[in-house]
Ligand binder design. Structure first.
Ligand SMILES: *[C@@H]1O[C@H](CO)[C@@H](O)[C@H](O)[C@H]1NC(C)=O
Ligand SMILES: *[C@@H]1O[C@H](CO)[C@@H](O)[C@H](O)[C@H]1NC(C)=O
Ligand SMILES: *[C@@H]1O[C@H](CO)[C@@H](O)[C@H](O)[C@H]1NC(C)=O
Ligand SMILES: *[C@@H]1O[C@H](CO)[C@@H](O)[C@H](O)[C@H]1NC(C)=O
Ligand SMILES: *[C@@H]1O[C@H](CO)[C@@H](O)[C@H](O)[C@H]1NC(C)=O
Ligand SMILES: *[C@@H]1O[C@H](CO)[C@@H](O)[C@H](O)[C@H]1NC(C)=O
Ligand SMILES: *[C@@H]1O[C@H](CO)[C@@H](O)[C@H](O)[C@H]1NC(C)=O
Length: 870
């Protein structure tokens, strides 16, 4: 800085000065404050110290934007800022400013963003919030953040007189007491209302439900009482509802099921009672549900299985009773499941064996009995607590059961065996067991006999049927459909029956859900849905068949139908593989199969088709390489591409946790839904790792350009192969050039092309269209420069990931989990100052919408989630 000092005074007409994100320390040289022409001063995210000069607003009268956030500034916020009457934006967050917030900002008529969060503002007197009065004169105010300070006092009534353009209001982590003024209902543009971690009392004002645009409502960690307003469901846009840690009582209104977009619900640590409303589980996007430490009673409704996206679910420390519903085992996205501290009894449902993605399972302090279901030892569980139940039988030794620090089985006197560190008594080698065994074998034999009889009978009838029906097909081969229909039989039958009946009563014509997965659709029905597989409905053709768009009358839903061309080699296998792999997979970033159709067409030929959810935005391929005819304005900006990269990484990790490899990842197999969320599709080549281990011969599979080199050398398919494809896909998305582009020949591959550009020349290889559409250009273009710089850094990181994933040697390739963590870090970096992160607990949300979801840690889950944050 010293050397620059002398030159400042010569820059008399300087309008924009940006030295942000440079690790500059020391104080700002005083001559800088004399550059009266400056419109934008950006010194954010350095290590600057000292005070802002008291007369800053007088010496910089033309100032429009002041960015000084993320430094170590101390002292008061200069009152003179209000003299710089053109100010539009003031960002002073994440410093150590102290004293009061100036009471005269109301003079800044154009002020639209005021960020003061993360300082030491407030002098502990009850008029700390008086500045709000003046702000009511700022009729353009859109964003106000004073969170994480020491502001005391109660929220004034005239808060409702703030600008109706206000979108973000953030008072979290202060010392605010008193009630929430009802005037808040006037702030009709609010999308974010955050008052968490204060000492607010009184009720949640009913007027809150008038805030139609609200997407995030955070009132957790206060002392609010009363009931949850029953019309809360009127706020249909809400995606996050935090009411945890208050004194709320009464029941959860069933209108909560109206929230179509709700992803996060935190109602834990209140005095709520009654039963959990069934409608809670019909919220399609629900990802996290915390209701622990309340007084809920009754059963856990079996409707919980409708929550396909549910990843974290805790009902700990309530008074729930009855059996754990076995359909809970259908919530395949579950990662954290806490049912501890309730009155559950009966068995741990055997369907839990489906929950292969579980990382934490706490069933302690219930009255569960019976054996531990098989399969838990194969999960990637990091924590399993079965303490204080009445479980019996032999404990496995493998997996989570082999690590004393990850498993707890205390207080189950009938358990035996297991890893010796758990100090259970050894299992007796019982005579009775032998006896039981012989009984069992007798039973087995008789069952086998009965089954054999049935099979031969059915074979007889079926072959009779086939002989009559068609001379070409003398043998009855069990169809895939039969195989699939047999699957649900594993589930407890009596419960299933009740389940189905109830379900029908509840949703007569619902969009197909989990249990309908294998709904039966005939050739005729699909033919009708697609207008007789008409060319007009053709949306694409692939290696194994054609994809049509169709409308299913019966379900009132638009679907995509992939018809397999059975004459093509491998088509049949592709159908089976996709049907089996995808049948019970549910993930936000994976295309869902609604059903597999195995039928006969009108001419009597075999007909195999898969029915998927329809993805209105088509494949990523079309967006990256818009072919000549399609002159639609299709383009993806940087942030969209980054989000897609994160989505795809999430999907791959989910698959790996289930030991599935995709083997054909490429842009044409990545589809975009209505909200431009990416979903991986086409599992025709997918395989379970377990199958791979058994194969001897290796057939090279996949699409040219996306096949990892080791396959050419006879390696077996592996997760690293998918990592390679991911790397290539990433580079393709950034450069806009596919691996088979004409420019890649001789020894130049996409991988080398990208590697050579690292790091200085990355901007030269970037798809120019990625740079076209730029984020919000600020008044003074300072932000533009910042954004471009930040984007440059991010692109370098992304290309680096792409190159590392596509290394020639599989061992050198990056682990997907690391990729995802880095991607999220990149995104945080890019969105940088837009996100003011909560200092209390930060948890970056891996699989969920929103740049970075910040949550609280009143629950035990918090400590386990730390692995996700960075
Ligand atoms: C600056 O603003 C204050 C009121 O906040 C006013 O009293 C003072 O006269 C202004 N100074 C100038 C030089 O305009
Ligand atoms: C708002 O502005 C008007 C004049 O523009 C002024 O009379 C009034 O005192 C201001 N109110 C506050 C709260 O600053
Ligand atoms: C809010 O504004 C209205 C009209 O502008 C005014 O009548 C009312 O007194 C104001 N309320 C407060 C508490 O200042
Ligand atoms: C909620 O919406 C319903 C239906 O639109 C309406 O009748 C009701 O008055 C609304 N409730 C509130 C408190 O605005
Ligand atoms: C636990 O369950 C058994 C039946 O499995 C029942 O007899 C017993 O009363 C239950 N205990 C409690 C405390 O609910
Ligand atoms: C398992 O749960 C019991 C009861 O809630 C608790 O006492 C114990 O500490 C837990 N075990 C571990 C390893 O956290
Ligand atoms: C047991 O679990 C702990 C904590 O998750 C982990 O650090 C440790 O490596 C594990 N030990 C073994 C032998 O797997």
């Amino acid at each position: 800085m010293g050397s620059v000092r002398g030159e400042f005074s010569q820059l008399v007409s300087l309008e924009v000065l940006s030295i942000s994100e440079n690790e500059i320390s020391g104080t700002i040289p005083p001559p800088l404050y004399n550059l009266s022409s400056i419109k934008c001063l950006d010194v954010g995210w350095n290590r600057l110290q000292g005070n802002l000069p008291p007369n800053i607003g007088l010496t910089l009268p033309n100032l429009q934007e002041l960015h000084a956030e993320g430094n170590q500034f101390t002292g008061p916020i200069p009152v003179s800022l209000s003299n710089a009457s053109r100010l539009l934006l003031i960002k002073l967050g994440n410093n150590s400013f102290s004293g009061s917030v100036p009471m005269n900002f109301g003079r800044l008529k154009g002020l639209s963003k005021l960020y003061l969060g993360g300082n030491r503002l407030g002098i502990g007197k009850s008029h700390d919030l008086s500045f709000l009065h003046s702000l009511t004169n700022c009729s353009s105010l859109q964003e106000l953040d004073v969170s994480d300070n020491r502001l005391s006092g109660s929220l004034p009534d005239f808060m409702g007189n703030l600008s109706t353009q206000l979108r973000i209001l953030w008072f979290g982590s202060n010392r605010i007491f008193g009630s929430i003024p009802s005037g808040i209902q006037n702030l009709v543009s609010l999308t974010t209302l955050r008052m968490e971690y204060n000492s607010l009392t009184g009720i949640i004002p009913i007027g809150v439900v008038k805030l139609n645009e609200l997407r995030r409502l955070s009132l957790g960690g206060n002392e609010l009482s009363g009931e949850i307003p029953s019309s809360l469901g009127n706020i249909t846009q809400l995606y996050l509802l935090d009411l945890f840690g208050n004194n709320l009582w009464g029941t959860v209104p069933s209108s909560i099921g109206n929230f179509t977009f709700l992803q996060f619900i935190h109602l834990d640590n209140n005095n709520l009672s009654g039963t959990l409303p069934r409608s809670l589980f019909s919220i399609p996007s629900l990802t996290e549900l915390h209701v622990e430490s309340n007084s809920f009673t009754g059963d856990l409704p079996f409707e919980v299985s409708y929550s396909n996206a549910l990843g974290r679910f805790s009902v700990s420390n309530n008074k729930l009773s009855g059996e754990i519903p076995s359909p809970l085992g259908n919530c395949l996205s579950l990662e954290y499941l806490c049912l501890d501290g309730n009155l559950f009894q009966g068995l741990i449902p055997p369907t839990f064996a489906n929950l292969k993605g579980l990382r934490l399972l706490d069933l302690s302090r219930n009255n569960l009995s019976g054996m531990i279901p098989q399969g838990l030892e194969t999960f990637a569980l990091e924590y399993l607590n079965l303490s204080f139940n009445n479980l019996e039988g032999e404990l496995p030794k493998q997996g989570v059961f082999g690590n004393v620090s990850q498993v707890s089985v205390l207080g189950n006197s009938k358990l035996c065996g297991g890893f010796q560190g758990l100090q259970l008594r050894p299992c007796p080698i019982q005579v009775s067991k032998k006896h039981r065994k012989s009984l069992a074998s007798k039973l087995k034999i008789s069952i086998i006999i009965v089954v054999l009889c049935l099979v031969s009978l059915s074979c007889f009838f079926t072959s009779l049927y086939w002989v009559r029906k068609s001379k070409r097909k003398p043998f009855a081969v069990p169809s895939v459909e039969d195989k699939l229909r047999r699957k649900p039989a594993a589930v407890n039958k009596s419960r299933m029956k009740r389940f189905a009946v109830n379900k029908l009563r509840r949703k007569p014509v619902a969009v197909p859900s989990a249990e309908d997965s294998f709904m039966k659709l005939s050739y005729a029905e699909l033919s009708k849905a697609t207008g007789g597989f008409s060319a007009a409905n053709l949306v694409g053709t692939g290696r194994s068949g054609a994809v049509y768009k169709g409308f299913l009358d019966r379900y009132k839903t638009v679907v995509a139908v992939k018809v397999f061309n059975l004459e093509r080699r491998g088509a049949m296998r592709g159908f089976m593989s996709e049907c089996e792999t995808m049948g019970n997979i549910r993930h936000r970033n994976i295309v869902r199969i609604l059903t597999c159709c195995s039928s006969i067409d009108f001419k009597g030929n075999d007909f195999k088709a898969l029915v998927y959810e329809y993805m209105p935005n088509g494949s990523l391929d079309k967006w990256l390489h818009s072919d000549g005819q399609e002159q639609l304005q299709r383009n993806l900006n940087f942030l969209q591409r980054l989000n897609i990269a994160i989505d795809v990484a999430s999907a791959l990790i989910y698959l790996y946790r289930r030991l599935i490899i995709h083997r054909d990842l490429k842009p044409s197999n990545i589809l975009l839904d209505n909200d431009m969320i990416a979903r991986v599709g086409d599992f025709g080549l997918a395989k379970f790792l377990s199958e791979v281990a058994q194969t001897r011969t290796v057939v090279v599979m996949g699409t040219a350009g996306y096949i990892a080199l080791e396959y050419g050398m006879g390696s077996k398919p592996s997760t690293q192969g998918d990592a390679y494809r991911y790397g290539i896909f990433l580079l393709e998305m950034i450069t806009g050039k596919g691996p088979t582009n004409d420019m890649f020949k001789d020894n130049l591959t996409l991988h080398h092309f990208a590697k050579l550009a690292l790091p200085e020349r990355v901007m030269e290889i970037v798809d120019p269209r990625l740079l076209e559409e730029e984020a919000e250009v600020s008044q003074c273009s300072v932000n533009h420069i910042n954004t471009m710089n930040r984007m440059g850094d991010c692109l370098i990181s992304m290309v680096r990931i792409g190159v590392m994933c596509s290394m020639e040697s599989p061992r050198e390739r990056m682990d997907m989990e690391v990729v995802l963590t880095e991607k999220n870090a990149i995104k945080d970096l890019y969105l940088g100052d837009e996100i003011h992160q909560d200092k209390q607990v930060i948890r970056s949300q891996l699989l969920c919408e929103g740049p970075s979801y910040i949550s609280h840690s009143l629950d035990i889950i918090g400590s386990y989630a730390e692995k996700d944050s960075n």
